[in-house]
Design a binder for this molecule. Structure first.
Ligand SMILES: Nc1ncnc2c1ncn2[C@@H]1O[C@H](COP(=O)(O)OP(=O)(O)OP(=O)(O)O)[C@@H](O)[C@H]1O
Ligand SMILES: [Mg+2]
Length: 238
């Protein structure tokens, strides 16, 4: 047990915690083999924290992020996200949680190649009930915030890796999420560009201290940006 899981009464009763995981496991069945990707995990993540998930390949980082991102369900245990228990939520509810409260950033950026920068951001606003002009204004503001005011109509193929990841960050922020989840978000970037992306994430959080950031990474320079560093080893918190 690390100090991350030791909770005071104040923390457990207040609204400080965005996630509370109790005895969470995730096993994958592969033919006759069962892979215990996550052994019982107990963990609390505070609202507004900047968390890095570290650990060797296969230690369960992506598996844990998928659970936190409501993309997958645990084999056992409970995952409280704000006022909801994700393991009890219907798939419609999980879809709406993902669309409205979670922003994702991926190693491969995952932009739609046939849409330009602003269209890639706008598409994340489809579930939001707002006028088209309000959405357009917000998408522009987000791209300005990530330093891409001059690149709004560029297709992803006309952007550098760092620029594509900044579009992806703007897209991840389009639904004003509670939490930004990134799986190796700098994994495809050189170290200078990676530092720029991390600076950007840190500045975004300084502007809006309510947004929680959780990143899985192999890169110690990335984890140095985190206030809370969680290390996984063989599916357990090390
Ligand atoms: N869909 C799946 N089906 C079967 N096994 C899986 C699946 N996804 C992950 N695993 C297994 O679960 C374990 C944890 O995998 P996970 O992808 O979470 O590791 P990781 O820490 O993200 O690794 P990496 O640093 O390489 O991305 C590994 O043993 C992996 O092979
Ligand atoms: Mg992974």
């Amino acid at each position: 047990m690390t100090n991350i899981v030791e909770k005071t009464t104040e923390e457990t009763s207040g609204t400080q915690e965005l996630y509370v995981l109790k005895d969470v496991t995730r096993a994958y069945q592969m033919g006759n083999n069962k892979i215990n990707a996550l052994k019982p995990i107990n963990l609390a993540i505070k609202k507004g924290d900047f968390v890095s998930l570290e650990g060797p390949s296969g230690s369960g980082k992506s598996t844990l992020l998928q659970l936190l991102g409501a993309l997958d369900s645990p084999s056992s245990g409970s995952i409280q996200f704000m006022d909801k228990f994700l393991e009890q939520a219907s798939s419609n509810m999980l879809t709406s949680i993902r669309a409205q409260q979670i922003g994702f950033i991926f190693q491969q950026f995952n932009l739609i190649p046939t849409l330009n920068a602003i269209e890639n951001v706008l598409i994340a606003m489809v579930p939001i009930k707002d006028s088209n002009s309000a959405k357009h204004t917000k998408a522009k503001e987000l791209l300005e915030k990530v330093g891409l005011a001059e690149r709004m109509t560029h297709l992803p193929s006309k952007l550098s890796g760092g620029e594509q990841q900044r579009v992806a960050i703007a897209r991840a922020l389009a639904n004003s999420p509670e939490v930004l989840i990134g799986d190796e978000p700098t994994g495809n970037l050189d170290s200078e560009t990676s530092a720029q992306v991390m600076d950007l994430l840190q500045n975004l959080q300084n502007e809006n201290s309510n947004v929680t950031i959780i990143l899985a990474t192999h890169n110690p320079e990335v984890s140095e940006f985190a206030r809370t560093r969680i290390k996984l080893k063989s599916g357990q918190i090390a």
